[in-house]
Write a protein that binds this ligand. Structure first.
Ligand SMILES: Cc1ncc(COP(=O)(O)O)c(C=O)c1O
Length: 459
């Protein structure tokens, strides 16, 4: 893809001012935050690449949609608009709004999982696995081996390995597998897509064994883009068609709409089975709100419905992924070790290779994210041993093969110049990487520790 082909299909109408801080200020801020970029104040950040979640820029049409909010407690017209849009673009017949993705994961896990079950998936996601475990299941990673190898150029690292899936089936039996959970554009693997060929095979496998197929569709549009670019038979299909085809192969979905659909808050659980929908309505009212708002304001459901339509436009997704590829390519050409192929929502730095002097037990990716912030004011996040947490049975640290720092690009927010500044900062940090010290826990929360943990330097 030539550099110029991803020019943004929008122009800027309003801006938010950001400011650069001094190195001394940032050093103080990072120490106060316990070397955890989640604990920094946003006003101390220059370019915020912590996440792509809830931080996208809404369009003028979405902002106008906010004014059309019908805030009735029950039966808001925005709910029906959202429900119809989900069916039209994503195929699912029933929609249960939720405040965000993990709200949907909670309801799904409670409804489908019994104690002692196993849930196979194409790599874990932090909140998804935790909800599965809280409901009594064990998560089993069935992604292909290449996904754990940052150097492999496999075009579809999100694919399922059927030998792994069949081995689990042989071991525990279909009765212990309530569903297979498949993520599109797998976040923890570096934003890597699953192919439609693999997904079709998985559909057939699930039908054969009478097992449900659940879709974590948080980044389905980005996955569709990679299918269009890389998979035989899809180059002439538009993103909207590919997105629909992906969803149509699955039975139910959890969605964090804060990503693809470019809203600041929101998500949903969606499905085709009426009985499942009835049960979900029974539970959403306990945890989120009535089934016609599920924790979302009417105006937010309206902005979401509009955001869905914008997220599947070819020119939008080409610019969105194009910007990520642009940053990734500059870093790769400068010799920075990153996860390949470059993902859809983020560039992932390989902290193992950047900081070979820091053992994984001293959290190299956490240390690298903190160092990048001190160097430049660019905020990123750890995706390695800290995010992986402890094994729920043994209490030991899980040691993932991937020890990464994620530079996550918010949608429609930053410019090409911001990407250049970010690349310069990473390259500068790499030059002095041998000076970066390892970390140890000063405070370790029990669940989802990466969000709130505090660290200190190992001298
Ligand atoms: C793949 C994936 N699934 C689920 C979630 C959870 O969504 P939320 O943060 O809206 O609760 C996220 C959020 O980062 C995600 O990336």
């Amino acid at each position: 893809m030539a550099t110029r082909t991803w020019a943004e299909p929008y122009k800027i109408k309003m801006v938010e001012l950001i400011k650069m801080t001094s190195r001394e200020d940032r050093l103080k801020a990072v120490k106060e935050a316990g070397y955890n970029t989640f604990l920094l104040r946003s006003e101390d950040v220059y370019i915020d690449l912590l996440t792509d979640s809830g931080v996208g820029a809404m369009s003028d049409r979405q902002w106008a949609g906010l004014m059309m909010g019908d805030e009735a407690y029950a039966g808001s017209r925005n709910f029906y608009h959202l429900r119809d849009t989900v069916e039209e673009y994503y195929s699912y017949r029933y929609t249960v709004p939720c405040h965000q993705g993990r709200g949907a994961e909670n309801i799904l896990s409670q409804l489908l999982i019994s104690a002692g079950d196993y849930v196979p998936g194409n790599m874990y996601f932090t909140t998804t696995r935790l909800h599965q475990e809280l409901a009594g299941a064990t998560f089993v990673d069935v992604i292909i081996d290449e996904a754990h190898d940052p150097v492999s150029m496999h075009p579809f690292k999100g694919n399922v390995d059927f030998d792994k899936l069949n081995a689990l089936l042989d071991e525990v039996g279909a009765d212990k597998i309530p569903y297979v959970c498949i993520a599109t554009c797998v976040n923890m693997a570096g934003g890597q897509p699953i192919s439609l060929g693999n997904l079709k095979q998985l559909r057939a496998w699930c039908d054969k064994h009478n097992i449900m197929l659940v879709h974590d569709m948080t980044r389905v549009a980005e996955n569709a883009f990679f299918i269009q670019q890389r998979e035989d038979g899809y180059k002439d299909k538009i993103i909207r068609e590919i997105v629909y085809e992906i969803c149509d192969l699955t039975d139910a979905a959890t969605m964090s709409s804060k990503k693809d659909a470019m809203v600041n808050i929101g998500g949903f659980l969606a499905m085709n089975d009426e009985k499942f929908y009835e049960k979900a309505c029974g539970l959403v009212v306990v945890y989120e709100g009535l089934h016609t708002y599920g924790g979302m304001a009417g105006r937010d459901m309206e902005a979401l419905a509009i955001g869905i339509t914008e997220s599947v436009q070819d020119d939008h997704i080409r610019a969105r992924v194009g910007q990520v590829q642009y940053l990734g390519r500059i870093l790769r050409e400068a010799g920075v070790p990153i996860v390949n192929p470059i993902g859809g929502h983020a560039v992932f730095l390989d902290a193992r290779r950047m900081l070979p002097h820091i053992p994984q037990e001293q959290f190299p990716a956490q240390a690298l994210a903190a160092a990048l912030y001190v160097e430049s004011g660019v905020r990123s996040m750890e995706r390695g041993i800290v995010s992986a947490g402890r094994d729920s049975k043994t209490g030991e640290n899980r040691k993932p093969k991937l020890e990464l720092v994620r530079l996550t690009i918010p949608r429609r927010v930053y410019t090409q110049a911001h990407m250049d500044v970010t690349a310069d900062a990473v390259i500068e940090v790499m030059k002095h990487s041998s000076e970066i010290k390892g970390l140890r826990f000063a405070y370790e929360p029990e669940m989802l520790r990466f969000f709130q943990a505090k660290f200190e330097e190992v001298e």
